[in-house]
Ligand binder design. Structure first.
Ligand SMILES: NC(=O)c1ccc[n+]([C@@H]2O[C@H](COP(=O)([O-])OP(=O)(O)OC[C@H]3O[C@@H](n4cnc5c(N)ncnc54)[C@H](O)[C@@H]3O)[C@@H](O)[C@H]2O)c1
Length: 277
């Protein structure tokens, strides 16, 4: 039994993020024939239909995906959102709307939807593609407890879900998880380059760096020890790890990571302001 049983879910936009979320839903047992995707690209529709999903061409019928849906997931680029939702806004009738668009506040979205307010805003990340995502959620005061559960279930199908009760915190979610897979890939890239410089080949360097990142994250998640204590347990006095950590601390890598996250937060705020104009 799931709160999503027999619920009809429509995706507006069938690109990367929609496909990641859909694959999570299907792997959690949601019947593909309960999912509809509206996308103007015939190639995208063909691929999605081959998976048993219903597809709709929004340029032929802008409200077809909306009218029967219980949940509508907005998964188009922020820049086209206004034009896309303007075409069906007046057909909304108590559906839960979940937007995954970066930078669009619930107030901006509500304005684009002609005042409709049953809106949850989500900030997922790309590991949702392998059901290892992390998603921040924020809802307006108008969503019901049942709709909150529905939004949780839709996003939890692709990984961890975290609600925030202050919409400004969605910028922080973007900094710590939405954009953060890119930081992790950058760290892996640098580790691999470092290992190759020390004599390993690409295959050896990649396998060891990635397994270490995965193992450390899983260990930290399953441990009662704080990350700082886990780090201490790797670090023998005057040993190899101490040399590496002292080099990082000397270069203030921790402060630099904080600065990068602040830059991400500031850009998220600025994008929101630009979108609101
Ligand atoms: N990629 C990420 O890491 C990430 C993370 C969090 C949030 N997001 C958000 O997810 C959203 C989608 O991003 P994406 O990476 O999947 O983009 P994408 O380009 O892969 O998908 C967008 C889809 O929208 C379709 N589309 C265009 N016009 C349409 C219309 N009129 N009606 C219906 N569909 C239409 C396009 O054909 C395309 O398939 C964005 O708003 C983005 O901010 C992305």
């Amino acid at each position: 039994m799931s709160v999503l049983d027999n619920k009809k879910i429509s995706f507006i936009g069938g690109g990367n993020m929609a496909q990641a979320l859909i694959s999570g839903l299907v792997s959690c047992g949601i019947q593909p024939n309960l999912i509809t995707v509206a996308d103007p690209s015939s190639d995208a529709r063909e691929q999605l239909a081959a998976k048993g999903l219903n597809t709709v061409d929004p340029t032929a019928d802008s409200t077809a995906a909306i009218v029967d849906a219980d949940i509508v997931v907005l998964a188009v680029k922020p820049q086209v959102m206004k034009a896309v939702v303007g075409a069906f806004a007046d057909a909304l009738d108590n559906q839960l709307v979940i937007s995954v668009a970066a930078g669009l506040s619930t107030e901006i979205l509500s304005g684009m939807l002609n005042g409709y307010r049953n809106i949850v805003r989500a900030m997922p990340n790309t590991p949702a593609m392998i059901q290892m995502g992390a998603t921040g959620l924020y809802g307006t005061d108008d969503i019901s407890a049942e709709q909150k559960e529905l939004a949780t279930a839709v996003m939890e199908a692709s990984g961890l879900v975290m609600w925030v009760d202050n919409e400004e915190h969605m910028h922080a979610v973007t900094a710590v998880s939405g954009s953060a897979p890119a930081y992790m890939f950058y760290f892996i890239e640098s580790m691999v380059d470092g290992a190759i410089a020390l004599g390993l080949d690409q295959e050896q360097a990649s396998a060891l760096a990635m397994q270490t990142m995965l193992g450390a994250a899983k260990m930290a998640m399953g441990s009662d020890d704080a990350p700082a204590e886990l780090r201490r347990k790797v670090t023998s006095p005057n040993g190899t790890t101490q040399a590496a950590i002292e080099s990082m601390q000397g270069n203030e890598i921790g402060r630099q990571i904080g600065e990068a996250m602040q830059a991400c937060y500031d850009r998220s705020q600025a994008l929101s302001e630009e979108m609101g104009k």
